[in-house]
Every structure is written in structure tokens, then in C-alpha cells.
Design a protein around this ligand. Structure first.
Ligand code: SAM
Length: 301
């Protein structure tokens, strides 16, 4: 069955009495080359990094299974998490030929990710691959990053290959000196490196979105390149620094850290050698790590 053929997609939807739901960000792929290419980009990198281990991939939002089936052909094991209950019987039919896939009906953002990985993928090396629902791209990527490291610092994921809106892709992959650099770019830079792979135009989807999409692969560092005492604090400092982009780092952080006085924050900024009028967007991930460690020390005094 060609799951990217428009009439097949429509027939399946009508057979199971459902339709595409805007609220769940459903734009299904209708050109079979696209899921094939995304799965290849994910798997080839995974194999390059992990030569011998049993491999697995997590897919967020399988839809009717076009990318899922390509992932099943490549990986030893596929776990697909789909929020829309009405798609589960369709997936039972479209993925029936594969015995290496498990479909879970859940909201990915509500899963306890550590418990989920432990239970489902204990001894496998894991990658993530998805055509993400655009309305929750950033929370999903942040949830993956925040749970990406084991206690010893090693990465749980080899890579995260995702299709997102092109403008989001530019932010994920931005250079720290460009205008696209933002909180999510800085957070990604702590865990790994994002690479833009290719664009996908709106005519490749049903229904067609308004904008072009891009496929990005975040390649996670196996060993931490940067180390902070507390990653939650790092992500809080990054989010705080970018919360009010037009303000100085001092003013933006003062609004986000009510537990620290403005004088204390000013003292930390100058002690670390930054100009007191610097903006958050001028800081590299190394700078954010230094700042986060100082904030962590202060918060635990
Ligand atoms: N993978 C399919 C494809 O490429 O044709 C569908 C991709 S569609 C852009 C996004 C999918 O994510 C939909 O199937 C949607 O129901 C699902 N989804 C949306 N929010 C979700 C959530 N919070 N957790 C899990 N799946 C979600």
C-alpha cells in the first residue's frame, strides 16, 4: 500500500470515519520520496555512530504511518507515539506487515520520558525521527533535550531528525552571531549540533501548509562538550536571557529571577567579565554555562 498516494490516504480516512485534524497539526506526507529520505537521513547517521548495537527509533506523530513504515524497514525497533485515537486502527492496518513496531496512543508531552525510555528501549541505542506537529515543535525538542543525558553525561539519543517549519529550522541551526539565534539555538548548542538537511515544499502535504518545511538533524554529543552543575538552571538562564530580547541581559534576567536582587545579578555579570549593557543574544553557549553555574551557586546559598 502506498501511504503517500492521496486517494489511499482519503480512502483510509473515510473507511475509519476520520479526517485530518488541524488542532493536532496534521499535515500528512503525500510524496513517498520525502519519508524515505527522512528515514535514510536518520538511519544512516545512526549506523555511522553506532556500528554494532541493537538500534531503535522513536517517532512522534506517525499519522497514518508513511514515515513509520520507512523507519520499520531501517531500524530494528520502532516506537511511535500518536495522540489521535482515531488514527490507531488505521495504523494497525497500515503497519500490519511489520513486527518491529509498537504504536502508543499518548500525548508525547505528557509522557515521563525517562521511564518511557527505560521501559521500552532499555538496551538499544536510540534516535528520534518525526514530521513534527508544528504547534508544539519547540516544547517537543526541549523535552527531548532536557532528558537527553544519562547521569554519567553520556547522551541517550544519537540524533533527533525532525521536519519543522523552515523559519524554525533557521533558528535551530543559527550561528550565535545571526539574527535567528535564540533560546532554543543556545540550548541545542549545549547538547549537540543542528544541521539543516533539505527543504520540503507545501505541495508535498495533505492538507498543504502555508509555508515551506525543512528537515533538520540534531546530532547529539556523545560526551558533553560543556558541563554545568545543573542543566535545569542552564535552560532557565537561557530562557530568561531571551525572554525580553530587546532588553539588556541584566534587565531580562532580573525579570525572570525574582529570587535574586538586580544588584546581585549585575555583580555576577560584571564578575564574569561581560559588559553590564550586554544583551542575551550576544552570549555563546559557553558564556551561558558560566552564568548558569554562578546563578546555581547563588540560588543554593
Ligand atoms: N508522520 C505523519 C506524516 O509525516 O505524514 C504525520 C505528521 S503530522 C505533521 C503530525 C502528527 O503528530 C499527527 O499525526 C498528529 O496527530 C500527531 N500529534 C500531534 N500532537 C501530538 C502529541 N502531543 N503527541 C503525539 N502525537 C501528536
Amino acid at each position: 500500500m502506498n501511504l503517500c498516494d492521496i486517494s489511499t490516504v482519503k480512502k483510509l480516512m473515510s473507511k475509519y470515519g476520520t479526517g485530518t485534524k488541524k488542532g493536532f497539526g496534521q499535515n500528512f506526507l503525500i510524496n513517498e520520496e520525502v519519508p524515505y529520505n527522512i528515514a535514510c537521513e536518520s538511519y544512516n547517521y545512526h549506523r555511522q555512530v553506532n556500528k554494532n548495537s541493537k538500534n531503535a527509533v522513536i517517532e512522534i506523530g506517525p499519522g497514518i504511518g508513511s514515515l513509520t513504515s520507512e523507519l520499520c524497514r531501517a531500524y530494528d525497533k520502532v516506537i511511535a507515539v500518536e495522540i489521535d485515537k482515531s488514527l490507531i486502527p488505521i495504523l494497525d492496518e497500515t503497519l500490519a506487515e511489520f513486527d518491529n513496531v509498537e504504536v502508543i496512543n499518548a500525548d508525547f508531552l505528557k509522557l515521563d520520558l525517562n521511564e518511557f525510555l527505560e521501559k521500552n528501549l532499555g538496551e538499544c541505542t536510540i534516535s528520534v525521527c518525526a514530521n513534527l506537529p508544528y504547534y508544539i515543535t519547540t516544547p517537543i525538542i526541549m523535552a527531548l533535550l532536557e532528558n537527553a543525558r544519562c547521569e554519567n553525561g553520556a547522551s541517550k539519543f544519537t540524533s533527533i531528525t525532525v521536519m519543522v517549519q523552515k523559519e524554525v529550522a533557521l533558528r535551530l541551526c543559527a550561528d550565535s552571531k545571526s539574527s535567528d539565534y535564540g533560546a532554543i539555538t543556545a540550548s541545542i548548542n549545549y547538547y549537540g549540533e543542528a544541521k539543516k538537511l533539505f527543504d520540503v515544499t507545501p505541495d508535498n502535504f495533505l492538507p498543504a501548509p502555508k509555508v515551506t518545511s525543512s528537515v533538520v538533524r540534531i546530532e547529539l554529543y556523545d560526551e558533553p562538550k560543556y558541563k554545568v552543575q545543573n542543566e535545569k538552571m542552564l535552560n532557565r538562564v537561557i530562557a530568561g536571557a531571551f525572554a525580553q530580547r530587546r532588553k539588556t541581559l541584566l534587565n531580562s534576567l532580573s525579570s525572570s529571577f525574582s529570587e535574586l536582587s538586580k544588584e546581585k545579578i549585575a555583580e555576577i555579570i560584571t564578575r564574569l567579565g561581560f559588559d553590564i549593557n550586554i544583551r542575551g543574544e550576544r552570549l555563546s553557549i559557553g558564556d551561558f554555562c558560566m552564568l548558569a553555574d554562578e546563578f546555581y551557586k547563588e540560588s543554593n546559598k
